[in-house]
Design a protein around this ligand. Structure first.
Ligand code: GLU
Length: 451
């Protein structure tokens, strides 16, 4: 398959300088021993990939300008009374990148290192992701700079309610539909839904997705991202004519996405040889018993100390030999600093933005098959779409119905991206961007510009 990459800085500068007139991003010196700030800035990464794909599509200048920037960026500073009686002010964001194909859609992240550039990138990725799987949503993302692990339930609830109240006129079932992301969960979604509903004077379940089952949640939503990843892994193995039985998988991150991916792949007969977490890694050449590991984690709150595997350093686990590597935690895990060391055949991106642009180039040289984030982890938002549909109907599907529909969308999307890559002679990541940009541009043109 002819592959074209976008990865060398020169090429990126050339792209940025080209016909589309993108702003040129200055190239800081590479500090000894680590990736540059530019390499690690998710918005620059998103922009560069967007520019490259848009150029390949011959996207006209006007449409390029429309789709490159988010539609709306909201910054809020939210006062919260802490348990000790003191007032703390938290900074939060909601970025709505596009509403061309439907309401904006995307998670809310609670983390210490949230930044506007990160939320912008994540919002744009949501637009492309929803378009890749062809569901009727635009893209958005939210975030609050906080350390959710050091906050009490009461503090989290008050912060969530105030954040939601600040966004009242910007969110809604037909406007922008938040969901869980890193550091948020079903409980946070329940508080968001309740706050919005109190202001509306009626229960509006479809304002957020990823809710608990008894208040408008969907069966299968919690494990949907992992489910979707397992489906695209199956598709990739079929594509490469590799057997699933005995296929060795390493998973980085053991939160909702990583642990469900591990469990579902384990149940399908894959061999999970390594798990890398923030506080330590595990390795077992014969395969880790994921059910036993989940029990261990439920009891002790960590994967470390698990008797069914050897302890290993997480950075080392990621670079060991395997068939599939699934980064399932956060951005910038595979960079110019470690990409050359990877020994996987397939990189399946469970996280958003785990691979940097220089790392892409290295992986292309190594012939790694990349299943890009905006395809591979789209199972979560696809099940969110099902939840939104069910809430609006007031009629709920069985888990088998959810999974059957999810399987079909993920399988079709995998084949759409692979054939787009083959037709246009680009790698899978750029193919996914091109497919998505083409769909969003088509709708935008069809709707026309409101003057
Ligand atoms: N936070 C998830 C993502 O990045 C899910 C978003 C959603 O369901 O709206 O895809």
């Amino acid at each position: 398959m002819a592959q074209e990459s976008l990865t060398t800085p020169t090429e990126r500068m050339a792209t940025a300088d080209g016909k589309l007139g993108a702003k040129v991003v200055s190239q800081p010196e590479q500090p000894a021993g680590g990736p540059t700030e530019e390499e690690l800035n998710p918005w620059i990464t998103q922009e560069s990939r967007f520019d490259f794909a848009a150029k390949k599509l011959n996207l006209d200048d006007g449409m390029w300008k429309v789709l490159r920037e988010p539609t709306r960026e909201i910054i809020v500073h939210i006062p919260v009374q802490m348990d000790d009686g003191k007032i703390e002010v938290f900074t939060g964001y909601r970025v709505q990148h596009s509403m061309a194909r439907g309401p904006a859609k995307g998670g809310v992240r609670y983390a210490k290192n949230v930044s506007l550039d990160e939320v912008r990138a994540l919002a744009s990725w949501m637009t492309w992701k929803c378009a890749v799987v062809n569901i009727p949503f635009g893209g958005a993302k939210g975030g609050v700079i906080c350390d959710p692990h050091s906050m009490s339930q009461g503090e989290l609830e008050r912060m969530t309610r105030r954040y939601t109240a600040e966004l009242m006129e910007f969110i809604g079932p037909e406007k922008d539909v938040p969901a869980p992301d890193m550091g948020t969960n079903e409980q946070i979604m329940a508080w968001m839904m309740d706050t919005y509903s109190m202001h509306q004077r009626q229960t509006v379940t479809s304002v957020v997705t990823g809710k608990p089952l008894n208040i408008g949640g969907s069966r299968g939503r919690l494990q949907a991202t992992g489910h979707g990843i397992s489906v695209v892994c199956d598709c990739a193995l079929q594509f490469l004519a590799m057997p699933a039985k005995g296929c060795r998988v390493v998973i980085q991150g053991f939160g909702n996405v990583g642990s469900n991916t591990a469990r579902l792949l384990f149940e399908k007969g894959y061999t999970i040889t390594g798990v890398a977490e923030y506080d330590g890694g595990l390795w077992n050449e014969q395969g880790i018993d994921i059910s036993a590991l989940l029990r261990h984690r439920a009891e002790l709150g960590t994967i470390t100390g698990f008797a069914g595997a050897q302890a290993a350093e997480s950075p080392d686990v990621i670079t060991r030999e395997c068939d599939i590597l699934v980064p399932a935690a956060t951005e910038n895990v595979i960079t110019s600093a470690n990409a050359a060391e990877l020994k996987c055949r397939i990189l399946c991106e469970g996280a958003n933005g785990p691979t940097t642009i220089p790392a892409d180039e290295i992986l292309a040289d190594k012939g790694v098959l990349v299943l890009p984030d905006i395809l591979a982890n789209a199972g979560g938002v696809t099940a969110s779409y099902f939840e939104w549909v069910q809430d609006r109907m007031g009629y709920f599907w069985t888990e088998a119905e959810v999974n059957e529909r999810l399987d079909r969308i993920m399988t079709d999307s995998f084949h759409d991206v692979i054939s787009y890559a083959q037709t246009h002679g680009v790698n899978n990541r750029i193919a996914a961007y091109m497919l998505a940009i083409d769909r969003v541009a088509y709708t935008t043109r069809q709707r026309g510009m409101y003057a």
